[in-house]
Design a protein around this ligand. Structure first.
Ligand SMILES: [Fe+2]
Length: 178
């Protein structure tokens, strides 16, 4: 049994607050994509789904006169840095093992290069899985951040995903954390 479940994360007030801001439907959907991709790339589904669920937890609202300001976002965004730190703090608080919390935080830090001046990063398999999962759910113009999902439905879907992760962990051994 895992120390911390996806449901523990989703129902924590900090996660609820920030995931609602960056898009609950997107977070849940990316977690599902990450599960599927974790099988394909043979990475730990527990780490992959947690990193995917939390990958956009660091987003800040860049608005000008009540309108989303893409240019402002592009210039100032550090959501992967902020998200890695925020997710790490939350996971440790929930009782996650420090090594796992670090791997999840790194997967969030490296899930995109959009905030880096040079835009070049080398991604390890877990980090790649989270990037591909994010890209699989992206819509033009950042519309994926605005897709709605009822919180009760998000909880139900995440409970189902917790079961899938548990079953996969039982059927396979993951020697490497990442
Ligand atoms: Fe995303």
């Amino acid at each position: 049994m895992r120390q911390v479940t996806l449901l523990d994360i989703l129902t924590h007030p900090i996660a609820k607050k920030y995931l609602t801001r960056s898009g609950m439907a997107h977070a849940v959907s990316v977690a599902y994509h990450a599960f599927r991709l974790s099988v394909r790339y043979n990475v730990n589904p527990d780490l992959a789904t947690k990193a995917a669920l939390l990958h956009d937890i660091g987003h800040y609202e860049w608005y000008t006169d009540g309108e989303w300001d893409y240019e402002k976002y592009k210039q100032n965004d550090i959501h992967a840095i902020k998200g890695a730190e925020r997710a790490h703090k939350l996971l440790i608080r929930l009782g996650e093992a420090p090594k796992a919390a670090k791997e999840i935080a790194l997967a969030i830090l490296f899930h995109t290069d959009s905030y880096l001046p040079e835009g070049i990063i080398y991604q390890r398999p877990l980090q790649k899985v989270v990037r591909l999962a994010d890209e699989a759910d992206e819509e033009p113009g950042g519309k994926h951040h605005y897709r709605q999902m009822d919180y009760d439905l998000a909880i139900k879907k995440i409970q189902d995903l917790d079961q899938k992760v548990d079953q996969l962990l039982l059927s396979k051994q993951f020697k490497q954390l990442g």
